[in-house]
Design a protein around this ligand. Sequence first.
Ligand SMILES: [Zn+2]
Length: 78
Amino acid sequence: MKITFGEMREMGLRGVLVYCHCGHHVALDPDRWPDNVRLSDLEPRFICQGCGSRGADVRPDFERGNPRLAIRGYRSTT
Ligand SMILES: [Zn+2]
């Protein structure tokens, strides 16, 4: 996915998920990276804490990060 953190924030997404091929994954707060960095730029930098291999899959956290979905879910229950 070739989007930047700035584009991701414009979409209302507030989290990233980093996946390793071994199944290990971690959720991160994207506020630490500037708008001009692409998510894919980070992939070679991660070293998995589970298996120790370098290189991961970085993608936006759609489920946690989209406030419109959260608001709709909240309103539907009231
Ligand atoms: Zn791993």
